[in-house]
Design a protein around this ligand. Structure first.
Ligand SMILES: [Zn+2]
Length: 310
């Protein structure tokens, strides 16, 4: 930690510099802008610090047991989410076209998109991951947007769990807006900081993960960021219900949830059985929470779809 007076970072959304401390997490200050309610790290990590963070080969490892060899297992865990998002996108753009995935990681989403009839392009800042995606897909993967030809207008641009990593989201969204053709669609997802756990159990909230996450969006601030970038037609929905699991159930549910998230179930336990078991648990505690805390927001993820108006 730096010593001396704290250099507060102006609000990445509205530019105000009157932020107030909300929480200190892992030594990082999370502040709220009283003008626009944006939540962000202040001081913001420098671009140099962030680049070093993503080039660390451990970044995507998750835990020591989950290496690149688990591609098919991870793909299995992520596929239902990506298929549903792709389905939403195709409702707006049934003719498909050219799709750019920013932060494409190992290329799971691009693989599905290509199979669905899209032409694909990807950007991945983490070089080792980008190389894996390039190998899987047989196409070059850029490490920065600037490396892509400027004269290709994209029909769709996707950013899955990316925007919370960007210290200057409005600037980056504007650049993506410029890359879309008129009528093109940008889709993104990010943790929902209105989730009950962010308020009542912030130390354990999966969204408060500095310095990897530097901004923390609510439906209000996410829509604000997209408007400031130029979008006027914006749909935001909340997904991924995550109710609180009672303490007595956690020893059972935690390993199951972990294995599901990583696409690895215990030998002999069929994939679908585990999935439905876990869904049953969540529906049960959801109902219980609805009774006890009716005002809680239980959706862990925000998904936005924004159209560049013709
Ligand atoms: Zn602000």
């Amino acid at each position: 930690m730096a010593t001396g007076p704290i250099r507060e970072t102006p609000c990445p959304l509205c530019g105000a510099d009157t932020a107030r401390l909300v929480l200190i997490q892992a030594g990082y200050r999370i502040v709220r802008c009283p003008t626009c309610t944006a939540l962000y790290l202040s001081p913001m990590p420098t671009p140099h610090e962030l680049t070093a963070h993503y080039q660390n080969p451990d970044y995507f490892a998750g835990d020591a047991t989950q290496g690149y060899a688990d591609y098919s297992a991870m793909e299995k865990a992520l596929r239902p989410f990506f298929q549903r998002r792709l389905h939403t996108l195709v409702r707006y753009l049934p003719q498909r076209g050219m799709l750019l995935d920013i932060g494409c990681a190992a290329g799971y989403f691009l693989t599905l998109a290509r199979a669905d009839g899209w032409q694909i392009a990807g950007v991945e800042l983490a070089a080792a991951m980008g190389q894996q995606a390039a190998h899987m897909l047989g196409i070059p993967i850029a490490t920065h947007l600037d490396e892509l030809p400027a004269d290709i207008p994209y029909d769709a641009i996707t950013l899955w769990e990316v925007i919370e990593h960007l210290p200057d989201p409005v600037v980056q969204l504007r650049r993506l807006y410029a890359r879309l053709r008129p009528g093109g669609v940008l889709m993104l997802s990010t943790p929902n900081t209105n989730h009950w756990q962010a308020h009542r159990d912030p130390q354990h909230w999966q969204g408060y993960r500095p310095p990897s996450h530097v901004m923390f969006f609510t439906p209000t601030t996410l829509e604000d960021a997209l408007r400031r970038a130029g979008f006027t037609t914006i749909h935001i929905q909340r997904t991924a219900p995550l109710p609180p699991i009672p303490g007595w159930l956690r020893p059972l549910s935690a390993p199951l949830e972990h294995k599901l998230a990583n696409g690895q179930l215990a030998p002999g336990l069929p994939w679908q059985v585990g999935l439905w078991l876990w869904r049953g648990v969540r529906v049960g505690v959801w109902g219980w929470q609805r009774v006890r805390q009716p005002n809680d927001d239980m959706y862990a993820t925000l998904e936005a779809l924004a159209v560049k108006d013709v």
